[in-house]
Structure formats: C-alpha cells, structure tokens
Design a protein around this ligand. Structure first.
Ligand code: ADP
Ligand code: MG
Length: 257
C-alpha cells in the first residue's frame, strides 16, 4: 500500500540512527493518523525512546524523512521549533515545579510560557483561569489547585504533567510510559484520561503494561531492533509468532518499567 496519498499527522520513512556503531533505529517506517491514539511497545532497547528523541529533534537521524502534518519537515528544525509547532513530550519521570501549586504549574505552561515565572505576577485573564480549571478537571485535580505540586502522589504528578502539556494545546502528544510506578487504579484513570484526549489530539504512548495497552485497545506498533516488527490490534500483536518470540523469556521484565 502506498502511503503517499494519505494525510498523516506524523510520518517517518527510511529513518536510520546509529550510536557509536550501534544501530538504534533501522530503516524505520512509521505513520500516524490525525487524532489517533497509538500505542508503541517493544522490548528494552528496541529504540522506543530514541524514536521520540528523533521526532522531537533531540536526536538527528542519519538518514530518512520525518514529517509533521502536511509537508513540515522536522529534520531541519530544532527542539524548540518542533515544540512550538505543537508537539509535546512527556518524559517518564514527572518534572513539575514542586514548590508551586498545581494551578501555578499549569499557568506556567500556558501558551508556551513554561519557565517564565514572571507570568505569576501578572493578572490572569478570565479565559486563562477558565482554561486552567478546565485542564485541572480533565486531569482529575480540580480540587488540588492550591496544593503544592511536591505534595502530590506519584500518579497525580504524572497527570499534572500531562495537564501542563495540554496547556500548550499540542496537536501531537508523545507520552513515555505514563503508567510506570502507578497503582492499578491510577493506571486505569490514566487510560481513561488518554482515551478522553484522543480525537482532539493525536497521541503516541509508549507502554509496557499489557493490561494498560489492552485498556487503550487501539492500534499497537511493536518495535524491535529499531524497526517495526508488526502493527495491529492488541490481540493481533499478542498472537503474532514473531512478537511472541521477541518477548519470550521477558515476561517478568515487562511489567516493571
Ligand atoms: P527503549 O526506549 O526501547 O528501551 P532506547 O531508544 O532507549 O530503547 O535505546 C535504544 C538503543 O539506543 C539502546 O541500546 C541505547 O543504549 C541506545 N541509545 C539511545 N540513545 C542514545 C544516545 N543518546 N547515545 C548513545 N546510545 C543511545
Ligand atoms: Mg525507553
């Protein structure tokens, strides 16, 4: 099937990346539709985080094409420019301003103002206040606005960071192992949150926990040795003999992120 006629939010073609002779990404082709919620799985070292590094401009590919939306070539842009285009990334460990309240954390992220502490001293516009409350409700922290971010539970910090990304209104959200270290209940709520955001945003989630992947129940891409091993529904990939082989003996490792 030719991909050239379709309009993707994100497309990578023939991408290669070598680190000191080690091929981390190898002839990778990867496409995402607008509004899609995609789950990326694969054993440790498969190149999942490197894929996010390549999309966000943190790492440059040796060869290949990386495009965002219609004809935006990401390869020529730096991290800041790529972020400003509407690509937000959530790293595995939450990075919130622990001495600031939950409300202030979201405020600092509004309109790409993250890091501009001066914004705390300006009068808030009513629409900004409304937007922050809307985000806090979405991430389940509506009653935690005045709580110092440092006092939140681990799961709540992760949601806050997702909220901080949402404040930038990204078209594409990249989320690396959001459920790592979460309780089962927090994991389920994270799944609900991501599902509620799909459609409005395109979301790429890296995840190990297969119960969580099943909850999201969307198209799954399996990465192995820097390339796509297979794509399909959760059942399709779990029953794929090549996937079973790759994961064989890794069952215990997988749950712990
Ligand atoms: P995953 O996220 O699937 O576990 P990674 O993308 O983190 O895998 O890593 C893939 C491989 O690339 C690993 O062998 C890793 O050590 C290597 N790698 C990733 N980033 C770098 C880097 N900046 N410098 C050198 N090696 C790297
Ligand atoms: Mg990783």
């Amino acid at each position: 099937m030719s991909h050239t006629a379709r309009q993707f939010i994100l497309s990578l073609e023939g991408v290669n990346k070598t680190f000191d002779g080690y091929k981390a990404i190898s002839d990778l082709n990867f496409y995402m539709d607008e509004g899609e919620l995609r789950v990326l799985i694969g054993p440790n070292g498969a190149g999942k985080s490197t894929l996010l590094d390549l999309i966000t401009g943190r790492t440059r590919p040796d060869t290949g094409k990386i495009e965002f939306g219609k004809d935006i070539n990401l390869i020529r842009l730096n991290e800041y420019e790529i972020n400003r285009l509407g690509i937000g990334r959530k790293f595995q460990t939450p990075s919130v301003y622990i001495d600031h309240t939950v409300f202030e954390n979201v405020l600092l992220s509004l309109d790409g103002r993250r890091g501009v502490f001066a914004s705390l001293f300006f009068r808030l516009k009513p629409e900004q206040r409304d937007r922050i409350h809307e985000i806090l409700t979405l991430i389940g922290l509506a009653d935690k606005g005045e709580t110092k971010a440092g006092n939140l539970a681990h799961g709540q910090k992760q949601w806050l960071e997702i909220g901080m990304l949402l404040a930038q209104n990204p078209r594409l959200l990249l989320v690396d192992e959001p459920a790592a270290g979460m309780t089962d209940e927090e994991t389920a709520r994270t799944g609900e949150l991501l599902l509620s955001l799909s459609g409005k945003h395109s979301i790429l989630v890296i995840e190990h926990d297969m119960a969580f992947v099943r909850q999201l129940a969307r198209k799954v891409t399996v990465l192995h040795q820097g390339t796509v091993l297979c794509e399909g529904t959760v059942d399709e990939v779990q029953n794929n003999p090549r996937v079973v082989e790759v994961y064989l003996g890794r069952k215990h490792e997988r749950k712990t992120a």
